[in-house]
Design a protein around this ligand. Structure first.
Ligand code: GDP
Ligand code: IMO
Ligand code: MG
Length: 432
């Protein structure tokens, strides 16, 4: 039995989906434990592209079970759209391949309306949320107003909770946010229809998952977003509303920390960020454009261009620590090919000092500038390379330097978007 937690170590979009798909081969169960359809996880299998927002990225493997854990917030329309599209494409033929926690919270139309109206009212201080209602849904969970899967599929409970919520939300939408009110009948009808489809997947997930652990099954826990978007540990307030670090897997799936055997961090060979907030290594020049173009850095959820910069050791040392990484999957190394020089940020200049510890204050971060170490680049196309030894010498030196600075081994290197484009140095499931 082994339980592996897979998390993003930067600001999301590190290539988690691809690695989850790859590792599902070795897993019995794949579990999403936080976030919602703010996530966009892309997989390319034999030239066919899939983008998953809610359903775990292991779903393409028949015979494995994908679970949406209690820590996830679910927009039922998006979930049903994903299920329908998968079935149309010949996947999820057996409904027992997907299970949804009865404790997961539902994203309601008022959550989306509030998210949108608040962003509009923020002017120059926008968080740049995906406007999918994620923050307001987690707020309701914390204030115990939330509607869970369990509530949605019980008509009487749903009606009562929706009425209660709409009284409060409509007053807030109208009086504070100057936005349109939400109609009870419309939502009740639409969500009751959703409930019918979702009910057959609903399970007591904590019990289900822990029984699998007892049976010594292999579990793969799929994180969404990245450590620097964590509500507690990220660049607050420019973060998402859930715990994206490895610890979130315990609360978001109902697993004891004693049952986590391995934490795999997904790290892009450079850095990207979507939305607002400080980004010390951001490149607003030709190099930034090169990374954006070559890396295809446009959001998988909102299509927004991703801000790009060099890899940042100050933030990665911090996220390696808060996640307790056992190994790193380095992704998109191929994107760097063709560069004469590659830079690594090893410190932040702040006033007259050079900081090597990641400052938690967004205000301080805004005033930091990067201190770089420069390495020679590589010209060769590496996208078909399958063995580390075959990489150009300077690509190897780059990987080794990252390992040295992070004191963590790189266990796989991704060199293209396809499932097959991987240099597997050590499959984590084979060492735990
Ligand atoms: P996630 O949110 O962490 O799952 O990442 P996204 O799917 O949002 O973004 C990663 C993007 O990079 C997707 O378009 C992937 O198809 C692509 N990708 C993943 N790994 C690699 C890689 O090693 N090289 C290249 N060139 N593209 C990759
Ligand atoms: P994956 O799983 C990149 C960002 C948004 C915004 C902030 C808050 O694909 O890596 P939210 O809608 O969550 O309230 O927005 O978080 N964000 C992501 N950025 N990848 C993601 O997910 C993200 N999910 C949210 O852009 O800055
Ligand atoms: Mg993404």
């Amino acid at each position: 039995m082994s339980t592996l937690v897979l998390v993003g170590t930067q600001w999301g979009d590190e290539g988690k989906g691809k690695i989850v798909d790859l590792l599902t081969e070795s897993a019995d169960l794949v579990i999403r434990f936080q976030g919602g359809n703010n996530a966009g996880h892309t997989l390319v299998v034999e030239d066919e592209k899939f983008v998953f927002h809610l359903i775990p990225s292991g779903i393409l493997h028949a015979g494995k079970i994908s679970v949406i854990g209690n820590g996830v917030v679910i927009d039922p329309a998006v979930l049903i759209e994903e299920i329908t599209s998968l079935k149309k494409r010949g996947y999820l033929a057996d409904d027992s391949g997907l299970a949804i926690s009865r404790d997961a919270h539902i994203i309601m139309p008022y959550h989306k309306a509030i998210d949108k109206a608040r962003e509009e009212s923020r002017g120059g201080k926008k968080i740049g949320t995906t406007q999918r209602g994620i923050g307001p849904a987690y707020e309701d969970k914390a204030s115990r107003k939330g509607i869970r899967v369990e509530d949605l599929i019980d008509e009487t409970v749903f009606k009562e909770k929706l009425e209660d919520n709409l009284k409060e939300k409509n007053a807030y939408l109208k009086k504070v946010l100057n936005a349109d009110e939400i109609d009870f009948d419309e939502v009740f009808k639409q969500y009751s229809d959703f409930a019918e489809t979702i009910a057959k997947y609903a399970i007591d997930s904590q019990d289900f998952i822990n029984k699998k652990i007892k049976k010594k099954k292999n579990l793969l826990l799929e994180g969404a977003q990245g450590a620097l978007l964590d509500i507690d540990h990220g660049t607050y307030p420019y973060v998402t509303s859930s715990n994206t670090i490895s610890g979130g897997a315990c609360t978001g799936a109902g697993i004891s920390p004693r049952n986590i055997d391995y934490v795999l961090g997904i790290t892009k060979a450079y850095t990207t960020r979507v939305g607002g907030g400080p980004f010390v290594c951001e490149l607003n020049d030709d190099m930034g454009e090169f990374l954006q173009e070559n890396g295809g850095e446009f959001g998988a959820t909102t299509g927004r261009p991703r801000r790009c910069g060099w890899v940042d050791i100050v933030q990665l040392q911090y996220t390696t620590a808060v996640n307790g990484l056992d190994g790193i999957a380095l992704t998109k190394l191929d994107v760097l090919s063709g560069l004469k020089k590659i830079k690594i940020c090893t410190g932040y200049r702040y006033n007259d000092n050079v900081l090597t510890d990641f400052p938690s204050s967004a205000k301080i971060l805004e005033e930091c500038t990067p201190v770089y170490e420069e390495l020679d680049g590589f010209e060769e196309d590496i996208s078909e390379i399958k063995e580390f030894d075959k990489l150009p010498e300077n690509a190897k030196l780059y990987v080794k330097r990252l390992e040295e600075l992070l004191e963590t081994k790189v266990v796989m290197i991704s060199v293209g978007c396809k499932r097959s484009q991987i240099i597997m140095l050590e499959n984590p499931f084979s060492v735990i």
